[in-house]
Design a protein around this ligand. Sequence first.
Ligand code: SF4
Ligand code: SF4
Length: 436
Amino acid sequence: MADFMSRSVIFHLILFLQYLFLYTAEKKRVITTNIRNSKKKSKSARYLIEYIIYAKRGEMLQYRNFPSGDERYPILGFGCMRFPTLTEGSGIDRQRAEEMLDYALEKGVNYFDTAWPYHDGESEPFLGRFLEERKARNRVNIATKLPSWLIRRKEDPMSFFLQQLERLRTDHVDHYLLHSLNSHTWNHLIKVGIFDFLDEIQGRGHAKMVGFSFHDEYSLFREILESYPWDFCQIQYNFLDTDYQAGLRGLKLAASKKIGVVVSEPLRGGCITRQVPPEIMAIWNEGAAYSPAEWALRYVWDDSRIQVVLSGMRTLEEVEENIRIASEVRTGSLGEEDFERYIRVSRFYEQRQKALCSGCRYCMPCTQGVAIPEVLHFLNEACMFRNPEGTADLYHRTIREKKGAQLCISCKVCERSCPQHLPIADLMQEAVEVLG
Ligand code: SF4
Ligand code: SF4
């Protein structure tokens, strides 16, 4: 009996030492900061507790490097734009949101992505206060963004940036992005000397890495990517968007230039997971027993060219599920049959499209300035996911005002150039009815 006991102790000791080695290699910075911040627990007790918790649950977030730095980041980034709210459209439900953030911190999530307009301006101050109260600022990376569409004068970027530091209760931002670049915002930012601003905040150490988030055509993505020594870019990417905006070509280009890639909308704003048609569920169910959300996340995490995937989580359960998946996934673990399944699901959604627009842009420019391919994209989105409200919201925020379908006067000049022979003028009318 005594012999058995001593062998058991030695066995667990070896296991613990193995775990300790792996754990310290994987999460050195998080652990050391935890220990530094811990007043009550000794180092060894802290290691032991974390060993028991993590080993028991089998949870170990995967980490990756940005090409331009040595620091490792968990592949799951916390998107701070969809915190739970007290009632629909009201302020952040602080108690529930803090529970989610506490859980994520405890599990080693250390990339928090916010922006000036999220939660009507409440997200940055909320995150700043939370990190200050938890004394957690030094062990996390804050990513936030310049509201490009609000920039009028040369001095505006610095003015917003200083306000953001104040909101976030910090003296620096780890990842600073030009938010939501498109042809309009990009050209304007160039005019106000945005590169000087980026050089200044990075040169003074107020921003560790600079990048941009993007929502326009691939050609503009390439132009922007090649115009400045960016540390990283943030693109919308998921198994349905491989040919949309920056898409797979953009991902490859960024990787070839050793520019880091952060992915947003891995679930297409929830479209992939809400009201999933039975035909789609049948396809997913042919494979492993994953939820549609898990299939979508596994697709982006399978690609090692992506460093961080942002998930705008709404509930503690979503945080738990995403952390579990981010702990289990391994690069290149999807097989041929899995990729076949993604293609079949994409095709199913595509069949619901209203306009088989190839995005060739031969119809452009429109005589009235309508962004025809973009409008058709939003119309297709609304029909594919039977979700006109959600799609209309993004459409109104991005292109409607200056380039929307309501500007169309049915001159039909564009239709002469469309190789798909699309009834563009009629489709613009339909877009007005569906999207507003
Ligand atoms: S029909 Fe409408 S979308 Fe086409 S060129 Fe004329 S105004 Fe533009
Ligand atoms: S020419 Fe036709 S297919 Fe090409 S982008 Fe315009 S509407 Fe789409």
